[in-house]
Design a protein around this ligand. Sequence first.
Ligand SMILES: [Zn+2]
Length: 455
Amino acid sequence: MPIRLHDSLTRSLRELQPAEKDGVFRFYNCGPTVYAPAHIGNFRTFTINDVLRRLLELEFGPDKVRHVRNLTDVDDRTIGQAKLEQRPLADITRHWTQIFHEDCRALHLLPPHAEPTATGYIREQVNMIEVLLQKGHAYRAADGSVYFKIESFPDYGRLSRIKERELKVTNAVADADHKDSVSDFALWKAYKPEEDGAVRWPGPDDAAPGRPGWHIECSAMSKALLGDTIDLHTGGVDLLFPHHENEIAQSQCCNGTQFARHWYHSEHLLVNGTTMSKSKGNYYTVRDLLAKGHSPMAIRYALLAGHPRKQLNFTLESLHAAESAIATLRAYRATLPETSTAAHHVFEPVIAALHDDLNTPAALGALFSIVNRKAGEADRASFDRALFALGFDLTAAAPAKAEAPAEIKALAEKRWAAKAAKDFAAADALRKELAAAGWSMLDRKDGYSLEPMKK
Ligand SMILES: [Zn+2]
């Protein structure tokens, strides 16, 4: 039974198959912006994509899947955070990349085969913008920025079904007077010293020095690493418009061929029945939950408990239920013989549910109906295949959270006070003192956290 997955472009279930003769399935998943910890809503998307990656490996073979997930390390948010902390952009993004990787390891996500960064692919982005300028799909504005000309691409809006009128409202931005049309979007942003600090690169032909717009990075990196046409492009539903719509426009106008053969979007996560926000007190990161004593596999389980294309309500109660489900699986595995000749297909209903539009709750239901039968038909080898697909590592334990010693906390308090008093020289000296002691202090608008620095 082939893998069938909902395709957001055609709004239908379609089979996943590699297009190229080499039989390699090319899979691109939009990654995080590394300026703060990813929250559990972001990790819902990454975990769903991890199940998809595992399923593709089981279907086509581990060496026949190529999975790329990018890191956005230059945009308004990363630059804003660097300014707030008065640190170089690369310091901020390096730090949050490391935290992201720790969270991914905790949740047992397979690392992508390539993890390109936007700043590592500036040349490729500039090249692509130059082609778009030459082909008449882009134009240079008075300030030296470059914009994509939406009216030059009649298919614009096909993915999101957005009407032109809505488009103008949604895409309207403050600097509309620099552009031909309020719905055009930036491919290249001219350098503005007051906004960009020290962040700039030489621009495309005739354009000013500056930095790429956000959307062009995924078009350029997927082209560089996977080719002009990819088999599957995924992301959270929040990326469908404008990000993915803009990726299609850029890639297809530049390359003159179809960009992604299949689009898949997972839905939002709600916490306690409402959207996550810091002010509502329902904003969780993976490390927040680990620090409260929840196990990473229970978090993973809770994130997979709802259908990926429906909103999922995450609660601490659902996490407790997940904790006992994981304990049940662990105890069950201990009762199984290593191998048994009759056991081969016992867990196939789990895999079959995932093949049917990545139905993770049905897969978990199928898993537990077998586990609860407790008959002696299964073995570890067949059970582990189902566990691999769902990504449960039953040997994983919660990593210990490092607590800063009292003298480090005191230094951090002093630095926070100095910064509040705008004594930046003192604040900077204290930051260096903390760094020398092996701690980095991460400022946010509403407070700070302390993290041990990695050697
Ligand atoms: Zn993207």
